[in-house]
Design a protein around this ligand. Sequence first.
Ligand code: ASP
Length: 379
Amino acid sequence: MRVRPRLWIVPVLTVLVAVAAALPAFSRPGSGEAHRVGAMAPTKVADARRPVARDVVLAVHGGAGTALRRGTTDPRKEKAYRDGLADALKAGRRVLRDGGDSVAAVEAAVRVLEDNELFNAGRGAVFTEDAGHELDASIMRGSDLAAGAVAGVRSVRNPVSAARLVMEKTKHVMLAGEGADDFAARNGLPTVTQDYYWTQRRWDELVKAKAPTKDPRAEKATKGGGKGTGAAEEEITGTVGAVAVDRDRDLAAATSTGGMTNKMAGRVGDSPVVGAGTYAKNGTVAASATGHGEVFIRGAATATISHLIEFGGRDVASAAYEVVVGRLPRLGGTGGVIALDHEGTFAAPHSSEGMVYGYLTEDGDIVTRLFPDETSSDG
Ligand code: ASP
């Protein structure tokens, strides 16, 4: 029998090659961790799925973004980040040592970060497109899934404390805008005027964000996760968060942010949204996120980590990695989470190039991580 020339294989191969070429663009998490890991340090790929540390009782993050680099980062800036994270961990450590619970510990840690203008939360909040400041925060208790949040507040000095008040003193989960500001003031929380949040650095970032750009990364961010923000991945954005486990093995998580530079007035990101920016459930995970908020909301990021553990039998590190590095970048945005389980297993995957964070161990030791060669390792 005469073998017919397999001409059909030509178009099939053409299609296969085209699909193969297109695939990395879908599976590659943007300019993020897996991309950087894959391109520059292949041996680290497996590490990012593994826990950063064990026997952790409290962890904080100070935002995700383009990486701070060892050698090129001003040593004063490096020190400021390490000190800022360590101060927050020390505040949480005091609470836990005094027998306080995980909710009190994450609130205390986040308050310290909110008072530090280095971070995009509280004092150092970024500007909206009309040069204002609108802050978001949430807190969640793992023992009973109680949660509280505030969105778009303009005069609360410590939004995380307002979120805790919503959780403990109302029958609601989230208050927004003026109602939230009034509620916080009525309950005795310190209030500030908008100029309290003014910092030169954030002003410069707003001016830069408004300048016309031909940067294709900015285009991409605008079309994807950064929709409406007009911002490319920034150097560490500075959203803050904390996760903790106390001596009763109760989990808690909190997140606080000024949002994204040049965001529309009224825009609310993932940080105050339970199941997106923050989640805590005993037996699964306490998680706090940072990154392109729209994508973390659409991907139900922190709740999905919990579900993967509860219904998928996954451990905390692989669940957090799958959501942050495996799934969210396909929706068009990058970022990271800190995730802690009730046994003290701690993970901090990020699809952004960098993320700054720190943790406190059961023995009282404090560790801070800023650079990619620290943050992608398995500790
Ligand atoms: N997730 C925050 C938001 O979208 C921003 C950030 O984490 O940098 O509001």
